[in-house]
Design a protein around this ligand. Structure first.
Ligand SMILES: *[C@@H]1O[C@H](CO)[C@@H](O)[C@H](O)[C@H]1NC(C)=O
Ligand SMILES: *[C@@H]1O[C@H](CO)[C@@H](O)[C@H](O)[C@H]1NC(C)=O
Ligand SMILES: *[C@@H]1O[C@H](CO)[C@@H](O)[C@H](O)[C@H]1NC(C)=O
Ligand SMILES: *[C@@H]1O[C@H](CO)[C@@H](O)[C@H](O)[C@H]1NC(C)=O
Ligand SMILES: *[C@@H]1O[C@H](CO)[C@@H](O)[C@H](O)[C@H]1NC(C)=O
Ligand SMILES: *[C@@H]1O[C@H](CO)[C@@H](O)[C@H](O)[C@H]1NC(C)=O
Ligand SMILES: *[C@@H]1O[C@H](CO)[C@@H](O)[C@H](O)[C@H]1NC(C)=O
Ligand SMILES: *[C@@H]1O[C@H](CO)[C@@H](O)[C@H](O)[C@H]1NC(C)=O
Ligand SMILES: *[C@@H]1O[C@H](CO)[C@@H](O)[C@H](O)[C@H]1NC(C)=O
Ligand SMILES: CC(=O)N[C@H]1CO[C@H](CO)[C@@H](O)[C@@H]1O
Length: 483
């Protein structure tokens, strides 16, 4: 009897802890000039017990690194492929064959759970660019999965931005889909519910705050002191619940009140804007995770929190588009090189996550402005360079906003130099650049040294001699400085 009870208890414990941990995944994007090698990223995921990952394409190197890892994978299909996937079953078949079936057969051992067709294809700012192709693409991919006998393992989903639904009064109970999307949504939801697939939605309270959507920082951060929003008999205490229930109401209005919901992206950036800091990000993430773990759900879905949540994002990406704002390159829970930015609860209580191990960097060299030269044109040169270099940390609220001139120019020169694998001619700037081995970082403003990637590796081998010569010349120019 005692043994039986123990067994039940152990099973329950294993089951519930598995549930708790399994519910949290991460988005792994690779829009970086020097991405952390996929094998290092997979080690990072494993050492932090992250058991689900969402990818934005089907990079064979990434998928190979994930094989045998038992990490649940969502593979994304870029928006630009939707048109051809809509018009041709053959294209869909070969996409599935190349990017899914292959990894199930011959011991590939990748646990592919979802195919995300498009990345926010209904985004309002895209207009009709992708919307007309989504349903056709979804259908053709589904048919290809049936033919490949993979429908039991892999579900097709369409990640939507929260701008797909709205409520004029701001009250969740009045939520509805955007009128221009209503019919498409009904068709999509009909498809999803037939396949028992969930609705993927990206909810970003930071964006609502940044776009001045009438919410306070406290409301976004789940603070008990936030002014609540009353919706008849229901009280909303945070921005997440408000947005989530607006979606629930929109789903109900078109006849899908019980649709499962997965949060495809949620997070908080740490640089490049006001209120984008590690401290605030930590508060947000801790509150979010404890909100899910408390299992209270939302006023419209009590005790039924989203079935899965994918944090946005795993790593910072210095090539992400900044049309929405300079914070876009700083969503990572980890910096570009896999170092944790703040404490977080990934199912084992709040603690500092485990960093990426044995990360290989380029040499400890930086490019700075040589202030012994005529600097009358330097600001114009620096501003031009920002169209290529990553200057996002210099914006108001950013980690390098208040470093003094010409430190900001050096920051820009260095970013360009690192992005170009520390090639000597990328620290020229009309003779104004100077290579140094002294780290110019100040306070929170980090002058990064980029990662050693296979591309930069072959280059640096061929430049060994050059390195020796410049080291010599750097030392000499430093001697010159002192005099
Ligand atoms: C991962 O899970 C294992 C087993 O549950 C645990 O021992 C370990 O501390 C966890 N690691 C982290 C970083 O949470
Ligand atoms: C989608 O594909 C179908 C089948 O090929 C085609 O009839 C339809 O015109 C396509 N839709 C658009 C918007 O091009
Ligand atoms: C598989 O996915 C990759 C990356 O997204 C893409 O470039 C490639 O075209 C896909 N293969 C096929 C046959 O569509
Ligand atoms: C917007 O803010 C005003 C007060 O500043 C408040 O009365 C109103 O209810 C808010 N609207 C929403 C949708 O939260
Ligand atoms: C969407 O369509 C449903 C069903 O046809 C209808 O009841 C609802 O009013 C429509 N909503 C909008 C916002 O157009
Ligand atoms: C919302 O309701 C609570 C009690 O349920 C009340 O204390 C609060 O003043 C109400 N807020 C507004 C803005 O009406
Ligand atoms: C600054 O720019 C102007 C116009 O392009 C140019 O004539 C001048 O020589 C530049 N000065 C220096 C020091 O490079
Ligand atoms: C500005 O610089 C001071 C030190 O001079 C530092 O304490 C402060 O955190 C900086 N502010 C920002 C936003 O980086
Ligand atoms: C650098 O900072 C100074 C003020 O300290 C500012 O005038 C200048 O525009 C900044 N330059 C760039 C390229 O951001
Ligand atoms: C806590 C915090 O940093 N709040 C700031 C958020 O950003 C606004 C400006 O957008 C500042 O006024 C707040 O102080």
């Amino acid at each position: 009897m005692l043994v039986k009870l123990c067994l039940v208890w152990i099973l329950l414990a294993v089951f519930s802890s598995a549930l708790q941990i399994r519910a949290i995944g991460v988005n792994w994007g690779t829009s970086a000039s020097h991405p952390l090698p996929p094998t290092k990223v997979v080690e990072l995921l494993k050492s932090n017990n992250i058991s689900k990952v969402r990818l934005f394409d089907a990079d064979p190197l990434v998928l190979r690194a994930l094989s045998g890892s038992r990490i649940g994978v969502t593979i994304g299909i870029p928006n630009l492929m939707l048109k051809s996937l809509n018009s041709s079953k053959k294209v869909a078949q070969s996409w599935v064959h190349d990017n899914v079936t292959r990894y199930f057969t011959n011991g590939g051992g990748i646990q592919i759970e979802y195919i995300a067709v498009g990345d926010e294809p209904f985004l309002q700012s895209y207009g009709q660019e992708f919307q007309p192709f989504v349903l056709g693409a979804v259908t053709n991919i589904q048919v290809a999965l049936v033919e490949a006998k993979l429908v039991d393992q892999v579900k097709v989903v369409v990640p939507c931005n929260s701008d797909a639904y709205q409520s004029e009064s701001g009250l969740p109970s009045k939520g509805h889909f955007r009128p221009d999307l209503n019919q498409t949504m009904i068709q999509l939801l009909t498809f999803l519910s037939k396949q028992h697939s969930p609705f993927f939605v990206n909810i970003q309270p930071f964006l609502s705050l940044h776009q001045n959507k009438n919410i306070s920082l406290d409301f976004a951060l789940f603070k008990a002191t936030a002014h609540p929003l009353n919706d008849s008999h229901k009280t909303y205490k945070n921005s997440f619940d408000t947005s989530f229930d607006t979606l629930v109401a929109a789903l109900s209005q078109v006849g899908f009140p019980d649709m499962d919901i997965v949060i495809g992206q949620i997070g908080w950036p740490t640089d490049g804007a006001m209120n984008a800091t590690s401290a605030i990000a930590q508060t947000f993430m801790e509150s979010l995770v404890s909100h899910f773990q408390s299992k209270v759900g939302t006023p419209l879905r009590p005790r039924k929190p989203p079935m899965e949540t994918y944090i946005f994002s795993l790593l910072d990406e210095d090539q992400r588009s900044i049309t929405n704002g300079n914070f876009e390159r700083h969503w990572g829970v980890f910096t570009f090189d896999g170092q944790a930015k703040y404490h977080m609860d990934l199912g084992q209580g709040s603690r500092i996550p485990v960093n990426a191990q044995e990360v290989e960097y380029l040499s400890a060299r930086w490019c700075v402005v040589n202030n012994n030269k005529d600097m009358s044109n330097v600001t114009a040169i620096a501003q031009d360079t920002c169209s290529v270099a990553d200057c996002t940390a210099l914006s108001p609220g950013g980690s390098c906003f208040n470093i003094s001139w010409p430190g900001n120019v050096s920051y820009i020169f260095n970013s360009y130099y690192q992005q170009h694998d520390q090639k000597s001619d990328s620290c020229d700037f009309g003779g104004l650049g100077l290579i140094t081995t002294v780290d110019p970082s100040v306070d929170n403003c980090r002058f990064a040294v980029e990662l050693h990637t296979s591309v930069s590796a072959s280059w640096s081998r061929s430049m060994l001699v050059w390195t020796f010569l410049t080291t010599l010349s750097i030392s000499m120019s430093f001697l010159g400085f002192r005099h």
